[in-house]
Design a protein around this ligand. Structure first.
Ligand code: M6R
Length: 365
């Protein structure tokens, strides 16, 4: 049932404040500002040699975001891989490490094969999964559910933000377990996480403005997305969403990679979506944005109030989110990139819930 919405995808985008709240409440003790994981762990964070992550598509991008969090909060090395690459690479694994697999459906063939390889190679396997009865959930040692409810739209939306909520909670737990996060930090981070649903709600209010921007995007043959730090995976997610829904060619790049190739593409016909919250690397992204502007690129800036104030360039459009704690920016900035892709697809008249050539669950290689 789509409720009042025109598509399942839009309904699922709008469910995010509720499902992210439900998911975070499952992992965080809100009253006391502490992480409280729903399952016991068969390992000690402090003794963990390494974390590996494998997943596909949007779930992979949740994993890529988590790498930044685990490294920052818990000072642990993280290998992140696309599951179809990981499964055949025969990578050596230090026994006693942690393998995290991320999957909405829990049935993705390559992710399942990665899980089995990790098990055979002495890893603790933890699944962040939306379908608790799935094969991936059944075969993993530890299941950390996303409480997104059924996701019908082929494009993953609410599953992604719920995956981010679970992975951020795990990274905070890891930081605490390894002694890099003290009680005050934990309290601050948990409170930031608790704010995510409210900020997601604020982001949803920008839908009308984003629908206007989508009108011009729908005429572009190519779109570039740029971001740094945890905004890099969000740039990749924006590009993935746009291509799968609107069939417009889109690429996501780490903003710093611009001058190593993709800047050659930039001209007056090229929209460039820049994901740049006002964080510690904002200035670096702005200088990349100026390089784009100098070549006539059409900038669509996704930022916050402070970022909009300090941007100092002419963008064709600015999507302004509220200022928010940096830890939760990926959970909130996911929403405008989803809405950009959704409205561009609606504008073009493509089948939003069932894009051509795609399946919701990829159970074959
Ligand atoms: O069910 P999974 O999360 O394992 O699926 C992984 C990908 O197939 C999935 O995220 C895909 O990339 C989506 N269509 C993205 O919107």
């Amino acid at each position: 049932d789509k409720g009042n919405h025109r598509h399942f995808m839009l309904k699922e985008i709008y469910e995010q404040p509720e499902v992210v709240a439900r998911t975070t409440a499952h992992y965080l003790d809100m009253a006391n500002g502490k992480v409280r994981l729903p399952a016991d762990l068969p390992f000690d964070w402090a003794k963990l040699p390494r974390i590996s992550i494998a997943a596909c598509g949007t779930a992979y991008l949740a994993g890529l975001t988590a790498k930044y969090w685990f490294e920052r909060f818990a000072r642990i090395q993280v290998d992140i891989d696309i599951a179809s690459e990981f499964r055949y690479r025969e990578t050596p694994m230090v026994p006693g490490g942690l393998m995290i697999v991320v999957s909405q459906s829990g049935e993705t063939a390559d992710t399942l094969a990665s899980l089995r390889y990790a098990k055979e190679n002495g890893q603790h396997v933890l699944a962040v999964v939306n379908v608790p009865t799935s094969t991936i959930a059944r075969e993993s040692h530890i299941v950390m559910p996303t409480l997104g409810g059924p996701e019908i739209g082929v494009a993953s939306t609410k599953a992604f933000t719920c995956q981010l909520a679970v992975l951020a909670s795990l990274a905070i737990a890891a930081g605490k377990g390894r002694g890099f996060i003290d009680e005050a930090d934990e309290d601050r981070l948990v409170r930031a996480m608790m704010e995510a649903p409210r900020y997601i709600n604020e982001a949803l209010k920008l839908e009308g403005h984003i629908a206007q921007i989508a009108k011009s995007l729908s005429k572009a043959p190519n779109v570039l997305y740029l971001g740094r730090g945890t905004s890099y995976p969000i740039a990749l997610e924006g590009a993935l969403k746009l291509k799968e829904l609107s069939y417009i060619h889109a690429e996501g790049y780490a903003a710093g990679e611009l001058k190593h190739g993709p800047i050659a593409l930039v001209d007056e016909a090229m929209p460039v979506v820049v994901i740049a919250p006002y964080d510690r690397i904002y200035e670096k992204t702005v200088s990349n944005m100026q390089e784009v502007a100098a070549r006539g690129g059409q900038i669509i800036l996704v930022t916050d109030e402070k970022g909009a104030e300090h941007a100092g360039i002419d963008s064709i459009a600015t999507i302004v989110l509220p200022d928010l704690p940096s830890t939760i920016t990926p959970l909130v900035y996911a929403v405008p990139v989803q809405l950009i892709a959704y409205h561009t697809a609606v504008e073009m008249g493509t089948d939003v819930d069932q894009p051509r050539n795609l399946a919701k669950s990829v159970t074959v290689e």
